[in-house]
Write a protein that binds this ligand. Structure first.
Ligand code: NOJ
Length: 777
């Protein structure tokens, strides 16, 4: 093993946040020579499908076509045109090459009818269920395929969720890169198994909406924000889940809007040529975010392959000229085209269905792609509900005869039919938007979907009450509703909206908090249900003695009410866990609450906290306890943890293992193949030891104390069950080389750490039940 590099020395930078004083900063951004400037990485790597026989076959076909293309025809494939879809590449009719159709969104097709509205990916992450991640990808992918859409613009691991108020956090999976990574892997696998090209987005560091783009009317004029991120953090946090998407075969990656270390992400050679195309050995193509291209030659040479929505602004005829005068090498153009065609052949899209994307406003044929997806939507919806308070087994409800329902989020507000799309769509800059628009099923912006219908909580609960022979009373709009003394349970529905293009103004709102308090004042059994696109604080009322149960219901999609009733009435025990930290007050998030505000022409956002976001930051701030920690969630039963077993697979003779992957082995898509080797196998036995008689599934979580890294990091999870009372199951965690490594900025490689790794298995990031150790020699 090499000697300990300099960057691992204990550095407590002057001016570092107070909580860092006890902590060893490694590779603090200010230590880096290129902090604030992105290092050049040229030329752009050309690939040839060496990752697998499937990629090789796709490249062979792509090359065959390439050889027949004229210069203008090649250029035509690299740029977008107006067409049926939100993005369309140019065609080459003479060779039967049709335009590729690109469409949003990560949680259901936007811009078309007869499609399903799935839960958001953040809701999916709250299930912590790898099987459901896969099923979600398959079902969504199938709808894209049936609509003839070649390229689906998801899944999302950027934003990761650095700041609590980030407007698009709900589009992505989790602020933990390992959980997000599994989501990326499974959703990509599922989508592409259905035939559509998956797009891992947004690469990289698009962590705030404010000034994400230059010269937007709603932002101060000037260039976009520069996310300044050190190399280690870039790898261990933000790029981490993209490795998983690529490992799963993602054939498209979207570069992001903002600048990264002062260079626009879609012309950033370090990100595209360096991290993505060299280190991760990406074989597919990079598409720009819409209007995210700001130069012609620079973006081409930095590794951009396809520009959307219009090719003609900087490329088109300009690219032809640039190739003719050698500003852009013809090899680079050939590489763009080969990568794009290879992705098409990788997914075997030669016999693809016709594009069936139609706007609601014109008469058109019906292309109904919903199938029976409502079932999986309902299941994922229920599995992503997180129960955080349940006094004396208030829930599940036992067929109460008088159910009172309160709050603007309980039902659909009657609207003209064409506005149904607004349940998810819309870019309204108003976090109370949904206060006036009914129940929240998903956030807004390009990540919003178009529901075929919405099962509101009110509808589903009323149906249940009818079955139980009881009565319902409701008041949706008052902040101080009448509460009947006879009501056996008062269900209060509130929400927190978020959308692309603006960050959230707050994590609470007074109207909703007053509503909860007003109901709780008069109802001794008040159950609060929160639909929220991101963190929602609960401290204004969580300790109120009449608030007997609280559910974070996320953004569950079209079957919202059914999913909720399945949980409320106990058809399924809640099994979701928080995929972010819920603090007691906004200020507890410190610098990670808000976007960076700057009226500079070249605004800067320094990611000074390095690896310390979300629970990593809370764990380091010894004096700030979260209200509900990352990984927390209750069930209708309880679980015991026992028999921690660690098996060392790291070397045949159990003596030593090399610090770095073997340099003689070529890289494949997803990085060095040895990064994915399982070095340790960990198991624990989880038992339903509850006394309520309820069955339930449990998400067992493994946290690792990697030397020279944050205190604890998630490096395994396994959802076991549902387990009947008294029943046990074994949770299995495979620790791969990457999961045990840190990014060595000197060697520019993932490096195993020598010494002792502490290991915990538990029910959350703070409810650690079993403890062990791994020693790497
Ligand atoms: C901009 C968004 O950032 C991106 O996620 C989306 O796919 C495109 N618009 C296309 O709608």
């Amino acid at each position: 093993m090499k000697s300990v590099p300099l960057y691992l020395a204990s550095i407590v930078a002057a001016g570092a946040p107070a909580f860092a004083q006890n902590y060893t900063w490694t590779n603090h951004p200010s230590e880096l020579p290129y902090y604030g400037q992105s290092p050049p990485v040229y030329p752009s790597p050309q690939t040839n499908g060496t990752s697998s026989s499937r990629w090789a076959a796709a490249y062979a076909k792509a090359r065959e076509i390439l050889a027949q293309l004229e210069l203008e025809e090649k250029v035509n494939i690299t740029g977008g045109y107006t067409g049926a879809c939100v993005g369309n590449t140019g065609a080459v009719p003479r060779l039967g090459i049709e335009p590729l159709c690109f469409a949003d969104a990560p949680d259901g097709i936007r811009g078309s009818d007869f499609v399903s509205a799935f839960p958001s990916q953040s809701h999916l992450a709250a299930t912590w269920d790898k099987d459901l991640f896969l099923a979600y990808g398959k079902a969504i992918g199938r709808e894209y395929y049936d609509k003839g859409i070649n390229v689906a613009l998801g899944p999302v691991a950027g934003p990761l969720g650095r700041i609590a108020k980030g407007g698009r956090n709900w589009e992505g999976l989790s602020s933990d890169p390992y959980l997000a990574g599994w989501g990326m892997y499974q959703v990509t696998t599922g989508m592409q198994s259905s035939g559509v090209i998956a797009t891992a987005k947004h690469f990289l560091f698009n962590e705030q909406e404010l000034r994400r783009r230059p010269n937007q009317t709603y932002d101060p004029i000037g260039e976009a924000i520069s996310a300044n991120v050190d190399d280690r953090t870039a790898h261990e946090l933000y790029a981490f889940p993209f490795y998983d998407a690529l490992k799963a075969g993602a054939a498209c990656v979207m570069c992001s809007y903002q600048r990264a270390n002062n260079s626009y992400a879609c012309q950033n050679s370090k990100l595209l040529n360096g991290i993505l195309k060299t280190e991760m050995h990406f074989e597919g193509f990079v598409v720009s975010d819409w209007e995210g291209q700001h130069t012609g030659i620079a973006s081409a040479n930095a590794g951009l392959d396809v520009v959307m929505p219009l090719g003609s602004t900087y490329w088109g005829a300009n690219l032809t000229q640039a190739v003719n005068n050698s500003s852009v090498a013809v090899d680079r153009l050939d590489d763009m085209v080969t990568r794009t065609l290879a992705a098409y052949y990788y997914l075997e899209q030669e016999d693809y269905p016709d594009v069936g994307v139609f706007s609601d406003t014109e008469e058109h044929p019906i292309v109904n792609v919903q199938r029976d997806h409502k079932k999986i939507i309902r299941e994922i919806g229920a599995a992503g509900h997180v129960l955080v308070k349940n006094v004396n087994n208030t829930l599940p409800l036992k067929a109460p005869q008088f159910v009172a329902i309160y709050g603007y989020d309980a039902d659909i507000k009657a609207e003209p039919w064409e506005n149904v799309a607004r349940y998810g769509g819309g870019y309204e800059v108003n976090h109370l938007w949904n206060t006036f628009n009914g129940t929240l099923i998903v956030g807004g912006g390009s990540g919003g979907n178009i529901p075929p219908y919405v099962i509101s909580p009110f509808k589903a609960i009323q149906d249940q009450v009818i079955e139980d022979g009881g009565i319902v009373r409701w008041n949706f709009w008052s902040e101080q509703p009448h509460v009947s003394a006879t009501a056996q349970v008062c269900l209060v529905f509130i929400n927190a909206y978020a959308s692309e293009s603006f960050d959230r103004p707050s994590l609470v709102d007074e109207f909703s908090d007053n509503l909860v308090k007003n109901v709780a004042k008069n109802c001794s059994n008040t159950v609060v249900v929160i639909h929220s696109a991101g963190v929602r604080l609960v401290d204004p009322w969580i300790d109120h003695e009449n608030v007997t149960a609280v559910i974070f219901a996320g953004t569950p999609g079209q079957e919202s009410g059914h999913s909720l009733v399945d949980v409320l009435y106990g058809a399924t025990s809640p099994s979701g866990k928080l995929h972010y930290t819920v603090a007691r007050q906004e200020s507890d998030y410190g610098n990670l609450l808000d976007h960076t505000i700057s009226d500079e022409w070249f605004p800067q956002s320094d990611f000074d906290e390095g690896l310390y976001i979300d629970y990593r930051a809370f764990d380091a701030k010894l004096n700030v306890t979260p209200r509900f920690e990352f990984g927390f969630g209750l069930s209708y039963t309880t679980f015991s943890y026992a028999n921690l077993h660690i098996e060392d697979l790291s070397s045949a003779d159990n003596t030593s293992v090399s610090a770095f992957p073997d340099a003689s082995i070529p890289l494949v898509q997803g990085g060095h193949p040895q990064l994915w080797d399982t070095l340790y196998n960990v198991t624990a036995v989880i038992s339903n030891n509850g006394t309520t008689g309820a069955s339930g599934a449990e998400v067992a979580q493994l946290y690792l104390g990697i030397p020279n890294a944050p205190l604890r990091q998630l490096r395994g999870f396994d959802k076991v069950g549902p387990l009947a009372p008294g029943e046990s199951a074994t949770a299995v965690f495979e620790l791969r080389r990457r999961d045990l490594s840190i990014w060595n900025v000197v060697e520019q490689q993932w490096e195993l750490q020598k010494g002792s790794y502490k290991l915990w298995v538990g029910a959350s990031s703070r409810d650690l039940r079993l403890e062990g150790e791994i020693v790497v020699s």
